[in-house]
Design a protein around this ligand. Structure first.
Ligand code: SF4
Length: 328
């Protein structure tokens, strides 16, 4: 069993994993007094991880813009006029140059994102070559390419892919208000294909899209009730981009964001909970609270696909101030 698999299934530490979280239980966690919630999240975090260690991933957009899907938060959708233009798939050499730079900057995982509904066969050939190249550099590899068939997931596994990202985005009830071009069921099916191929799953969602707390409850309850918890759970704060339907969404209270992280940590104790998009607009104090709530992974580098992210220097300074270190 790889390190990745053992994280989410058979860690020797902590209580057995649960996959039967009810909404009432998840709601009750969200409703706890903040100090109690944080205390519980920290206990769970410490049982399973070094609380001072943060896993660092770098995300590169290998094919930007022109996407056929209509995700209401996304500047890369062809449905919205956001100033992001459709580009071709990057060359292998250009991707590997960026992967080398990410490794030099301290990343342990290199994620490649393509704005596709699903990859075409010739595109998959090119991505498989990128995965092989990234692995040869000694980095973990991750890809997010849209929906996959079982056969496509298998091909990526054979190329050496470690992780595949495919988010559920929100609760099943709220999902249809932000995406109409593919269903929640489609997403769950792709997750099944990834899992069946033996690729570790990276799956989380976005908050601050105008959803209710009950939707955040529904999202975490769904993630925590998957047959296996995702090995990585990215929790994103919406980045409001001009031109998208969510450009004027009401900002979410940062404390509610921290609560979402804490409930993810408690319900999915051995997953890496990633403090993902939205850090650029987040105070360093809020980010520190997220780490206290059990977040133990970040994206590193000045850009997250097409939206801004803190510079590496700023992140290094923050981790240094907090006495935290990069997970090897
Ligand atoms: S989130 Fe992904 S699938 Fe949705 S529009 Fe953006 S690039 Fe396309």
């Amino acid at each position: 069993m790889s390190t990745v698999e053992s994280l989410a299934t058979e860690s020797p530490r902590g209580a057995p994993l649960r996959h039967d979280w009810t909404r009432a239980e998840v709601r009750a966690l969200f409703d706890l007094p903040f100090p109690e919630l944080m205390s519980r999240a920290q206990s769970v975090h410490r049982e399973n991880f070094d609380p001072a260690a943060v896993q660092i991933s770098t995300l590169l957009s290998i094919k930007t813009g022109g996407c056929a899907e209509d995700c209401a938060y996304c500047p890369q959708s062809a449905s919205y006029d956001t100033g992001v233009h459709a580009e071709k798939l990057m060359s292998l050499d250009a991707v590997l140059e960026q992967a080398r730079a990410a490794r030099e900057a301290g990343a342990s995982r290199f994620c490649m994102g393509a704005a596709w509904r699903s990859p075409k066969e010739r595109d998959l050939d090119a991505v498989c070559a990128m995965v092989e190249g990234v692995k040869a550099l000694g980095l973990e590899s991750c890809a997010t390419l849209g929906m996959l068939t079982a056969a496509q997931a298998q091909r990526l596994k054979e190329a050496g892919l470690d992780y595949y990202n495919h988010n559920l985005d929100s609760s099943p009830e709220f999902y249809g208000t932000i995406i109409t071009t593919r269903s929640y069921e489609d997403r769950l099916q792709t997750l099944e294909h990834i899992r069946a191929a033996g690729i570790a799953v990276c799956c989380g969602g976005i908050v601050g899209m105008g959803e209710t707390r009950e939707d955040r409850v529904g999202m975490i309850a769904t993630l925590a009730s998957l047959p296996a918890h995702p090995e990585s759970v990215p929790i994103n704060m919406l980045v409001r981009v001009a031109g998208t339907p969510l450009a004027d969404a009401r900002p979410l209270d940062p404390i509610e964001f921290v609560r979402t992280i804490a409930v993810a940590r408690i319900t999915m104790p051995r997953s890496m909970v990633r403090l993902s998009a939205g850090r650029e607009d987040m105070s360093e104090e809020t980010q520190a609270l997220c780490f206290l709530a059990g977040a133990n992974s970040i994206f590193y580098g000045p850009k997250l696909l097409t939206t801004p992210n803190p510079d590496c220097d700023r992140d290094q300074a923050l981790l240094h101030r907090l006495g935290m270190v990069a997970m090897s």
